[in-house]
Design a protein around this ligand. Structure first.
Ligand code: HEM
Ligand code: HEM
Length: 180
């Protein structure tokens, strides 16, 4: 079982980070939309706590993923260096940017409420911005917009992966098994 990425193969660490993050992001998009529609109260505070804790986990996994990909770069997309190749690369960079910016805007919006931001109800993280109603509205609006961009990009990325697999280039097989 190869842990590191090769020139044409995707190692176990990258695959676990990819699919683990995917599962978390799907849960987070659903959970975020759920809490945004709720009136915060004592009975549902745990859902906010869960969303924040999992959001920090996504942030930590994304930093780990960037670090790992500096140490062990993943192979380039399969096929010629055409428009689809560069579109795939741009989408991958955009994912990294979004997976950093979304947790940070959620953290900033939560700091702006003036309530302590906690991980797992246990560790308090420092506020990113000063508390104010304007800052809260601004950062949560940005959080909302970026999550919609992420949702759109995930949909396109998934369709592209299925299309390439059906065209027979083995792109999806490589992300699942490590090699085509
Ligand atoms: C990848 C990580 C994250 C994803 C995908 C995500 C996703 C979302 C989504 C889809 C919403 C609903 C937006 C709306 O309809 O207004 C939301 C709301 C929210 N998120 Fe996140 N989020 C993430 C990380 C975080 C983090 C790290 C925090 C705080 C530390 C956070 C705090 C919140 C809060 C408090 C709301 C409710 C905002 C409101 O009441 O308008 N999120 N999130
Ligand atoms: C939240 C959801 C997702 C995110 C954020 C995401 C992000 C990424 C990123 C950044 C890469 C580049 C390699 C890496 O850094 O690991 C990648 C590659 C890939 N993803 Fe996703 N992905 C998501 C969901 C999916 C889904 C649902 C599928 C297919 C069902 C998929 C299939 C692939 C494939 C096949 C590759 C390899 C592409 C290649 O070899 O060029 N991804 N993904």
């Amino acid at each position: 079982m190869q842990l590191r990425n090769g020139p044409q193969t995707i190692g176990l660490v990258t695959r676990l980070l990819h699919w683990g993050t995917m599962l978390l992001v799907v849960v987070m998009l659903a959970l975020g939309n759920r809490i945004a529609d709720m009136q915060p109260g004592l009975d549902n505070l745990w859902l906010y706590g869960l969303h924040k804790t999992l959001g920090f986990l996504v942030l930590a996994l994304t930093l780990a993923r960037i670090g790992w990909h500096i140490a062990s770069p993943p192979p380039p997309p399969i096929g010629p260096r055409d428009v689809a190749h560069w579109a795939a690369r741009a989408a991958h960079w955009a994912f990294y940017a979004l997976l950093l910016a979304i947790p940070l805007t959620g953290w900033a919006g939560s700091s702006a409420t003036g309530i302590d931001v906690m991980i797992a109800d246990r560790w308090t993280v420092p506020p990113l911005v000063e508390a104010s109603a304007e800052a809260e509205a601004f950062w949560f609006r940005l959080h909302d917009i970026l999550t919609k961009v992420l949702f759109g990009l995930v949909t396109l990325h998934m369709l592209a992966a299925f299309k390439r697999e059906m065209d027979g280039d083995g792109t999806l097989t490589r992300m699942l098994k490590g090699r085509t």
